[in-house]
Design a protein around this ligand. Structure first.
Ligand SMILES: Nc1ncnc2c1ncn2[C@@H]1O[C@H](COP(=O)(O)OP(=O)(O)O)[C@@H](O)[C@H]1O
Ligand SMILES: [Mg+2]
Length: 243
């Protein structure tokens, strides 16, 4: 189908009409805790009484349903697809459609999956829709910047030199493209120095604070009651209140 004939970009605006804020959780590197931060922040915001959506955009390795322990069943369908709702969070993920199978996708198919999910998902009225971004600034990140209205980014980093360098590049690109940044937070901190704070200050991004490395987190994944008792949740609940 030629792009000009594709009706989906028009449907997207309508599907997101009731969504007040759209915040992408990014940070460019993999394994720095974007999915943990996006899912736990969604939980903290919902616990604070907000209407929260969570959209897992890491199509090839979706994880938010694992963090939150949400069933991977096919969602309800009527004039569109309803996100799964649990703990006050409305979650959409390719995991609901893929069953146990892997989801290998290349360029055009990634864009199509994003367009399709955005065009069919009934988000309804939300205070905030969090996007759990895949690593890197590839197809999905660029598509999200083209397709989503009212987009802001929350950046996740840690104190490793390789991460700081990569987050610095991501922040530079977002600034160039004039995409608003909510702030930068430091995950898995072991109290090992202020490289992330320095990066935030240097790039004039607001520094949202520290999430400690939490050895209790692994056992709490998939169990929301335990997750609420972790230091990760505690730190994100404080950050949530300041967003
Ligand atoms: N603050 C933290 N303390 C301990 N482990 C963490 C913390 N944040 C994330 N992790 C762990 O690090 C790994 C990568 O996290 P994940 O959220 O999947 O990263 P990403 O989405 O950036 O690839 C997971 O095993 C996760 O449980
Ligand atoms: Mg992830």
């Amino acid at each position: 189908m030629s792009d000009a004939l594709d009706p989906r970009p028009f449907a997207i605006e309508e599907r997101l009409a009731g969504v007040r804020r759209v915040i992408g959780v990014t940070g460019s590197k993999g394994g720095i805790g974007k999915s943990v931060v996006a899912s736990t922040l969604a939980l903290a915001l919902a616990d604070q009484g907000l209407k929260v959506g969570l959209f897992d955009l890491d199509f090839t390795s979706p994880s938010d349903h694992v963090v939150l322990g949400i069933d991977r069943t096919f969602p309800a369908e009527e004039f569109g697809i309803d996100p799964h709702t649990a703990y006050g969070i409305h979650l959409m993920s390719v995991a609901f459609f893929a069953g146990d199978a892997a989801v290998p996708l290349r360029g055009a198919a990634t864009t199509s999956a994003l367009l399709e999910l955005l065009a069919i998902t009934r988000w309804g009225e939300l205070d905030v829709l969090l996007l759990d971004m895949p690593p890197g600034l590839g197809d999905t990140s660029l598509d999200v910047m083209n397709l989503l209205p009212r987009l802001e980014f929350l950046l996740v980093g840690n104190n490793s030199k390789v991460v700081v360098e990569s987050v610095r590049r991501a922040a530079m690109l977002l600034a160039e493209l004039e995409v608003p940044m909510v702030g930068l937070l430091e995950n898995m901190s072991r109290g090992d120095g202020g490289a992330v704070r320095a990066l935030a200050t240097g790039a004039a991004i607001s520094y949202l604070g520290v999430i400690p490395f939490d050895s209790q987190l692994e056992a709490a994944l998939g169990d929301v009651e335990m997750l609420r008792k972790t230091d990760v949740y505690g730190a994100l609940a404080r950050i949530a209140a300041s967003l």
